[in-house]
Design a protein around this ligand. Structure first.
Ligand SMILES: *Cc1c(COP(=O)(O)O)cnc(C)c1O
Length: 378
């Protein structure tokens, strides 16, 4: 048996251990210490964001965004069904109802041309999930939102460092949500960040994140004692996690370039098979710069994909499929509805398989993966 080549290896650049040790020696391992502040500032500066707050996960960043939207019972939020459960659970946490819209087959992102038909008098927001770090058609989505007075939340969990028409993803809508889970491009184990693009939400966001208290204001000396003022939760990550992330942000460009190189290697290798119509590979629209988060293939159908994954496994390579559309899941059937026809969501999701992709994957391993795939098609 060949040793299994992993689908993902969590990013590690080396300096993480130094910074984690520093946090321990500083006697500050709870939240909002030096490393958290450094990460917030770095993200704000790099992405020209008004305000960024590290959170305990991408999920909690989405939860915060939804709570800040202030839904009433019965309010609806439009999102794709082809996404992670967190995108939908955050709507429930915020008191809204998820309404799914079909995706585009080329990017697997929400089909912006089908959003407007799903809007009702109860619609309050749209969540744009930037799948594989490739941007949704944001100009169209922002235009629809403006005309119907809707909030836009970017689920940019996979899209840290990606851009749309030169703007960093996460900074275009009202809120942006990043994930720093170990499967994402930059990691802190479990963690994330909320990007707040309208300063009117800064104060309430800090309160929500600090158990409903105005503690952040107290630490800045703006009030002389801190007190419980609103609903809240605990969304600030440990300094140990922030210290780990800080090391990776220092090398963000290096990590990004390395992933893009791997992505391009796959792209070039499979282009001939695409030309022979044996498979499909990701499409990146001209106005989008992606971050090499993911490389996927699309096979003919579910049956061929099952055989493909088995072939790869037999040859020691871990390849995985991705989301089972949420509207077909038990909770999706219970809490959500799908507007319009499911023309692409199910059928396209059943064809997709993700290839090993992580920072620092070796050339030999890549060559082995590509050769194994080519064998499947011979
Ligand atoms: C990873 C991911 C999340 C959740 O992020 P966590 O940090 O794991 O909570 C949400 N949405 C999408 C699209 C993701 O890929």
């Amino acid at each position: 048996m060949v040793l299994m080549l992993s689908f993902n290896v969590p990013p590690f650049v080396g300096e993480e251990l130094i910074y984690v040790e520093q946090a321990v020696k500083n006697h500050k391992i709870s939240g909002d210490g030096e490393f958290t502040k450094k990460c917030n500032k770095w993200l704000e500066n790099k992405f020209s964001a008004q305000k960024v707050l590290l959170t305990t996960s991408g999920t909690s960043a989405l939860d915060m965004a939804m709570l800040l939207c202030g839904f009433q019972s019965g309010d609806e939020v439009i999102l794709p069904s082809y996404t992670f459960s967190s995108t939908a659970t955050s709507i429930l946490v915020g008191g809204g109802t998820p309404v799914f819209v079909d995706i585009r087959p080329d990017t697997m992102n929400i089909d912006e041309t089908k959003i407007e038909a799903a809007i009702t008098s109860r619609t309050k927001a749209i969540i744009a999930v930037h799948y594989a770090g490739v941007a949704c058609e944001m100009d169209t989505i922002m235009d629809i939102a403006r005309r119907h007075n809707l909030k836009v939340i970017e689920d940019a969990a996979q899209a840290v460092m990606s851009t749309y028409k030169g703007k960093f993803l996460g900074t275009i809508g009202d809120f942006g949500c990043y994930s720093f889970h170990e499967t994402k491009n930059y990691s802190m184990g479990e963690g994330g960040a909320l990007v707040i693009n309208d300063s009117a939400y800064n104060e309430r966001a800090e309160i929500l994140r600090e158990k409903g208290t105005n503690r952040s204001k107290f630490f800045r000396g703006q009030v002389d004692k801190y007190t419980w003022v609103d609903v809240g939760d605990s969304y600030l990550p440990s300094e140990l996690n922030a210290a780990y992330l800080w090391a990776q942000l220092q090398r963000a460009d290096e990590i990004n370039n390395n992933r893009l190189e791997t992505w391009q290697t796959y792209y070039d290798a499979f282009k001939p098979l695409v030309d022979k119509k044996l498979l499909e590979i990701p499409t990146v629209p001209a106005e989008c710069k992606h971050n090499g988060h993911m490389f996927y293939l699309k096979l003919k159908n579910l049956d061929e994909r099952t055989k493909f994954i088995q072939h790869m496994r037999n040859n020691g390579v871990g390849c995985v499929f991705h989301y089972v559309p949420l509207h077909s899941a038990p909770a999706g059937r219970k809490y959500c509805r799908f507007h319009g026809e499911d023309k692409f969501t199910t059928i396209e999701s059943e064809r997709l398989v993700r290839l090993p992709m992580y920072y620092g994957i070796s050339k030999e391993d890549l060559n082995y993966v590509m050769a194994t795939i080519k064998k499947f098609f011979e």
